[in-house]
Design a binder for this molecule. Sequence first.
Ligand SMILES: Nc1ncnc2c1ncn2[C@@H]1O[C@H](COP(=O)(O)OP(=O)(O)O)[C@@H](O)[C@H]1O
Ligand SMILES: [Mg+2]
Length: 235
Amino acid sequence: MTLLTVEDLEAGYETGQVLFGVDLDVDDGELVSLLGRNGAGKTTTLRSIAGAAEPTVLGGDITFDDKRLTGTAPYSIAKEGLSFVPEARRCFPRLTVTENIRLAVNHAEDPKDIETVLDFFPELSEMREKQARNMSGGEQQMLAIARALAANPRLMLLDEPFEGLAPYIVRRIEDIIAEINSEQGIAVLLVEQNVAAAVAVADRHYILDEGRIVESVSTAKLRENEEMRQRYLGV
Ligand SMILES: Nc1ncnc2c1ncn2[C@@H]1O[C@H](COP(=O)(O)OP(=O)(O)O)[C@@H](O)[C@H]1O
Ligand SMILES: [Mg+2]
């Protein structure tokens, strides 16, 4: 069953249009990546889906679980079961691990139990009273994902979850994302510039270039097609 459908999405900022007709879909329980160079429009696509104040959606349709999301407020979109983990893992710096997760729980329609969430992140469970600002980048990324998980979503949107992390933390976050998908059945749409990490976790990939989807490929095809990777991703 198709969970998320983005059709002919056009969006932009005061400075100009950035997306020129983005089409993509994510099935229930699927793990999909959206790849593209810096500035291709990946974050703009995710923020449009999540209903962020910026960018402005200029045209097209976003449908989630057969409901039209285009023009809906972010809190209503979250209530429908869509969790967004923005770039740079915005946790509340002066709040502890528990407090950060509790805030997410308090804002959710049908949240998970805080202990159930912490069970999934042994590292966080051991630092419950630590403030987010005193945690490493990898720990903060885990906390950002834990907050999104606490809302008990059907689809998680992740904006560059591996950015700036050491390789061994990248592998740990890969495992967490794969487990959230396979064990909890949560669909994931992951935006990345890190092609290797995206290929390690996602089954299917869209490539965005200058605000348009230029390819939709399986992991196997992306692995073997070096010409495609070079042209659109530079790797
Ligand atoms: N808040 C903003 N205001 C104006 N332009 C923006 C804003 N955010 C992004 N852009 C522009 O939109 C284009 C796409 O950006 P973005 O979606 O962030 O790309 P990506 O996430 O793929 O790196 C870029 O040219 C960028 O400069
Ligand atoms: Mg981005």
